[in-house]
Ligand binder design. Structure first.
Ligand SMILES: CC(C)(COP(=O)(O)OP(=O)(O)OC[C@H]1O[C@@H](n2cnc3c(N)ncnc32)[C@H](O)[C@@H]1OP(=O)(O)O)[C@@H](O)C(=O)NCCC(=O)NCCS
Length: 175
């Protein structure tokens, strides 16, 4: 697996991607979304998606994530102890992230998240963005914690976790 084996591109809803319909990250909901809903979501401007193509496998659709705009309530950010905040906090939300099973555990998820953080960083220069929010699948919570996200809720390890990374931290991470 080499660095130039993969390229991340913006998903174009009018393009057919090799093996998009066979994408399998091990999560049924995410797989179904890729097979049946991704195209419509993007063409209707509800999300933007960014996909990883494997150049050694005929540009196979191998990983993806989606971003939307989002609003958090100030009280949901209490754990960050930021003092007084306006009631509505503008954020970017990462809605879906998946890596094909055959490629998991090789740093692709981290690479996709790095790409997402760069996009959020750039967007925050054009429009107010306080941070990146996501609902993490229980199996992926540790993955996001390892990237610097804070858990916002008090849920258990079997619950979906509300996770947040502030733009301040994103800017520090990106130097
Ligand atoms: C979660 C997911 C995107 C991670 O992708 P990946 O390519 O396997 O992750 P990476 O290889 O980049 O791993 C990055 C780090 O996170 C860790 N990690 C990855 N998945 C993890 C998990 N489920 N639990 C704990 N740690 C995990 C890795 O060990 C690695 O740590 P290291 O850099 O210290 O070695 C991938 O497993 C996936 O698609 N899962 C199914 C769908 C899913 O759960 N999506 C997220 C929904 S919120």
């Amino acid at each position: 697996m080499s660095d130039n084996q993969f390229v991340i591109v913006k998903f174009e809803p009018t393009t057919s991607y090799f093996q998009q319909k066979k994408f399998d990250c091990g999560n049924k909901i995410i797989n179904k979304f890729v097979h049946s809903s991704l195209k419509k979501q993007v063409s209707q401007h509800f999300s933007q998606a960014f996909i990883l193509l494997d150049l050694e496998e005929n540009e196979r659709f191998s990983a993806f994530y989606t971003l939307t705009s989002f609003k958090l309530q100030a009280n949901e950010l209490e754990r960050l102890s930021k003092g007084s905040l306006p009631r509505d906090i503008p954020c970017v939300r990462l809605v879906m992230l998946g890596v094909n099973l055959s490629l998991q555990g090789h740093g692709i998820g981290r690479k996709m998240m790095s790409d997402a953080l760069h996009r959020v960083h750039r967007a925050s220069k054009e429009i107010g963005v306080y941070g990146l929010y996501l609902d993490a699948d229980p199996a992926a919570t540790n993955f996001y914690l390892s990237l610097g996200f804070t858990r916002l809720d008090n849920g258990g390890s079997n619950d979906v976790a509300k996770m947040f990374l502030s733009i301040e931290v994103i800017n520090q991470l990106l130097g």
